[in-house]
Ligand binder design. Structure first.
Ligand code: ATP
Ligand code: MG
Length: 210
């Protein structure tokens, strides 16, 4: 991946709940920092004071699917304006746990909002901004569900969705990756933490050509 300007790299992690995004996040951040790069580590929904308040609501309050999508983009707007764009312009890399692809997968394929409607919102909220690299931690919904059960954490509003929902979300992620193979890198997340970490780091270095 060549980046001719001084702009930083925008790297996102995606995958269904329990796929291992949070577990692999530090591998990405530490690898970049190890290369001497400055990194802003952040997440969605969230990443700003207002965004984190919206996250609380999104993860706990019952609401219509369209309100959910609109609040996701409201949080994203704050994040893009106040965190992501300024960091990239300063030349920092931004590593983000989920971004707009998650909305296409969850609120789109998962909950049925037409993709073109979500893409119009994306175009409104972040015209011209897309990740340089998206790492998809891919695994079957039943394996993710088993991991979450083992973790014993209280499930949030999204994590309480049935397994078929996560099947649709997973298929949408894989479809997005097929559509834009230059941006996406699909990692088999069903292997051990160490094996997945190794592959994440290797793919990251290959794509960044470092
Ligand atoms: N490769 C792996 N092998 C076994 N267990 C794993 C692996 N990766 C993650 N886990 C475990 O699975 C659980 C979910 O992982 P993690 O929280 O990283 O997923 P996530 O994608 O961030 O989920 P969420 O979308 O809910 O934030 C954790 O208990 C984690 O320790
Ligand atoms: Mg997580």
């Amino acid at each position: 991946m060549k980046n001719s300007t001084n702009r930083g790299w925008f790297i996102t992690l995606e995958g269904i709940d329990g796929a291992g995004k949070s577990s692999q996040f530090s591998a990405v951040v530490d690898t970049l920092r190890g290369l001497g790069r400055k990194v802003v580590a952040t997440r969605e929904p969230g990443g700003t004071p207002l965004g984190e308040r919206l996250r609380e609501l999104l993860l706990s309050e019952a609401m219509s699917t369209s309100s959910e999508a609109l609040l996701m983009f409201a949080a994203r707007q704050e994040h893009v304006l106040h965190v992501i764009e300024p960091a990239l312009l300063r030349g920092n890399d931004v590593v983000c746990d989920r971004f707009t692809d998650a909305t296409l997968a969850y609120q789109g394929a998962g909950k049925g909002i037409p993709r073109d409607r979500l893409e119009s919102l994306a175009h409104w909220v972040h015209p011209g901004l897309a990740p340089d690299l998206t790492i998809l931690l891919d695994l079957p919904a039943e394996v993710a569900a088993q991991r979450m059960r083992e973790q014993g954490r209280q499930a949030d509003r999204f994590e309480r969705e049935p397994e078929e929902f996560f099947g649709r979300v997973r298929r949408q992620y894989l479809e997005l990756a097929r559509e834009q193979p230059g941006r996406w890198c699909v990692v088999d997340a069903s292997r051990s933490l160490d094996e997945v970490r190794e592959e994440v780091i290797q793919n990251l270095k290959n794509r960044l050509e470092v």
